[in-house]
Design a protein around this ligand. Structure first.
Ligand code: NAG
Ligand code: NAG
Ligand code: NAG
Ligand code: NAG
Length: 409
């Protein structure tokens, strides 16, 4: 029915012989972004679990039967209450992020028919953090243009062409798109004057020089047998950057396997961090990733909602015996990390000269230098939970692809 994209072909050519996927509790949190990272070794990746979870919570709220079981298991929820509590729990933190650093455009698009239950559309933003909109998929080309223009205008043209013509046809009933542009602003900026060209060892062993920012301060830090990690606060309430650095570039794949396989691996690292004065150096970077999650969700055991004849999502419709299913879930994320921080703005306002708060050089401080590929997370941290807003891997700078399909998974 639908033309499979390159990635779907790739993943299924590997996994097809396995009859079904065993359901695992909360595997979305543990495995979603990591399965993308593992599927694209050597490629810089950034993606958002939170932005997949929001629309899936919404669908789970109306799902029945097997679809409900699959969604609740993957989301890691025992009851409907947790489902409707997810967005209210992070709402204020996300809103704070959206004031300065985050531009977000996400929607559930359903076919323009009278049969959509108005209750599925109203209060969806308040309760589930995602808007539901009707669009006439009967006219595929117009629908694609409408969605792309909408996402492009909400993101100030930062995220364009989220859908391709092949994503929509006359059989399309529901598509989820999430687009996010994050430009982190530190609680305390890095001094631009301390950014220097520094050697970076790529996965293939080649050494290149790239701009790295640097700061000497007390940092949240932990070192284990396999890796070291630091956490640094952004200016936004509860938003934190965590960088997990393998002890050598060859150890990155093993580290990624650990994060994939061991429940709460990064959370445990963060929990065991201590504050210590040190010199921290890591690259400025930007990463843009375009992903079609459809195949990944099926791999994680979420199949029923995509079944065109029996999706368990019929609760979306009223006075109808027709089936309705999700056709696609696409995401485009752009993340940029550089020196900019909140205090720079204060200085601009006060007109005070910016003096780098360097610790005396004569103290022999420990150094944390991310001069090899690393894993990172941008999380929203609460006492009882840590939400992975973005996670990814940085392998070093890459040429901007001239062909849009280079970003295509
Ligand atoms: C949970 O929601 C489903 C609809 O998805 C509904 O059928 C079920 O009765 C609800 N369970 C409880 C305990 O409210
Ligand atoms: C989409 O809605 C139109 C208008 O109601 C309808 O004619 C068409 O059959 C619907 N498409 C699907 C796939 O249900
Ligand atoms: C869709 O669901 C029906 C009924 O449960 C099942 O018989 C069929 O095999 C499913 N199709 C796919 C592609 O999984
Ligand atoms: C659904 O069907 C019932 C019975 O035919 C009718 O009373 C009701 O108005 C319909 N609801 C909508 C929203 O069309």
């Amino acid at each position: 029915m639908f033309k499979s994209n390159i990635f779907t072909l790739f993943i299924f050519s590997i996994f097809v012989p396995r009859g079904f996927c065993e359901l695992q509790f909360n595997n979305l949190h543990e495995k979603l972004v990591l399965s993308l990272i593992k599927a694209k070794p050597g490629t810089n990746v950034v993606a958002s679990e939170v932005l997949v979870r929001l629309p899936l919570c919404k669908l789970a709220s109306v799902a029945e039967g097997q679809a409900k079981v699959e969604l609740m298991t993957a989301l890691g929820y025992m009851d409907n209450t947790s489902l409707s509590a997810y967005y209210p729990g992070i709402k204020n933190a996300m809103k704070t992020m959206a004031i300065t650093d985050l531009t977000l455009a996400h929607r559930i698009f359903v076919n323009y028919t009278k049969e959509i239950d108005p209750k599925f559309i109203t209060y969806s933003v308040d309760n589930f953090g995602i808007r539901v909109e009707k669009v006439g998929f009967n006219y595929p080309k117009a629908a694609t243009t409408h969605i792309n223009n909408l996402i492009s205008s909400i993101t100030f043209k930062r995220i364009t062409n989220i859908l391709e013509d092949s994503d929509v046809n006359k059989q399309t009933q529901m598509i989820i798109v999430t687009a996010a542009h994050f430009k982190g602003t530190w609680e305390f900026p890095f001094d631009l004057r301390l950014t220097k060209l520094t050697k970076f060892q790529r996965l293939d062993g080649k050494v290149i020089t790239i701009p790295m920012m640097s700061k000497t301060d007390p940092f949240q830090h932990v070192a284990t047998g396999d890796c070291q990690a630091i956490s640094i606060k952004f200016g936004n309430w509860r938003t934190t950057f965590t960088l997990v650095l393998p002890n050598s570039e060859q150890q990155l794949p093993a580290l990624l396997d650990k994060i994939y396989n061991q429940k709460g691996y990064v959370e445990n690292l963060v929990r065991s961090m201590n504050t210590r004065p040190m010199k921290v150096t890591f690259p400025r970077f930007k990463i843009k990733t375009f992903v079609d999650w459809t195949g990944f969700l099926k791999e994680l055991g979420i199949n029923s909602i995509f079944n065109a004849t029996s999706s368990g999502l019929e609760g979306i419709l009223i006075n109808s015996t027709k089936p309705i299913a999700l056709n696609k879930i696409k995401q485009k994320v752009y993340v940029q990390i550089d020196e900019v921080g909140v205090a720079r703005f204060w200085n601009a306002i006060n007109g005070a000269p910016q003096v780098p708060t360097q610790m005396p050089n004569f103290i022999d401080l420990p150094q944390f230098t991310a001069d090899r590929p690393f894993y990172f997370e941008v999380s929203l941290d609460f006492d009882t939970a840590r939400y992975k807003m973005f996670a990814g891997v940085y392998y070093g700078p890459e040429e901007t692809p001239t062909n849009a399909n280079d970003f295509h998974f």
